[in-house]
Write a protein that binds this ligand. Structure first.
Ligand code: CA2
Length: 147
């Protein structure tokens, strides 16, 4: 079976992981989390393509570029989770499974983090498990793709 691509998208400020707020997000860097995702993907014969952006439009473009090319999307939209309807709409137009992942559990945090505009277009959300969430998200994608 040939390798299918999984697009892993990271939203704003996730490039700062490991530098600040370790009590909330842990001490691992974004590269560490991407490596966890890549290793989990390899077990299932999947390949991860990663993009981090601080710009909503760039993430929307990446979702468009994944159409017909990537089998699935794993996304940690960062703070865009809570209000970026353009990302919602782009994901709704993607034809494969979408899994939302968060390092922290937004449901236990400030009220404004309790809404996700991405959740309605995701097959599921994994939140609160730190780096393990990236492995769990890729395992979920593999299962949804029947790998
Ligand atoms: O828990 C998550 O993964 C979040 O998506 C992280 C976002 C936050 O806005 C979401 O509510 C939940 C924030 C990512 C910002 O990460 C930083 C890392 C280091 C220093 C500052 C911000």
């Amino acid at each position: 079976m040939s390798a299918q691509l999984v697009l892993l998208l990271s939203g704003p400020n996730l490039n700062l992981l490991g530098e600040r707020e370790p009590e909330v997000y842990g001490s691992a860097t974004l590269d560490d989390h991407v490596e966890v995702a890549r290793a989990a993907a390899a077990v299932h014969g999947l390949v991860v393509e990663h993009l981090q952006s601080n710009h909503e439009g760039e993430l929307v473009d990446a979702v468009h570029g994944a159409r017909g090319r990537c089998a699935a999307i794993v996304i940690n939209p960062g703070a865009f989770t809570h209000y970026a309807w353009a990302i919602h709409d782009a994901l709704a137009a993607f034809d494969g499974p979408v899994v939302e992942v968060h390092l922290s559990n937004p449901a236990t945090r400030e009220p404004w983090r309790h809404t996700s505009v991405v959740a309605p277009v995701a097959a599921g959300t994994i939140a609160g498990f730190g780096s393990d969430g990236y492995r769990l998200a890729v395992d979920a994608v593999a299962s949804l793709l029947d790998r």
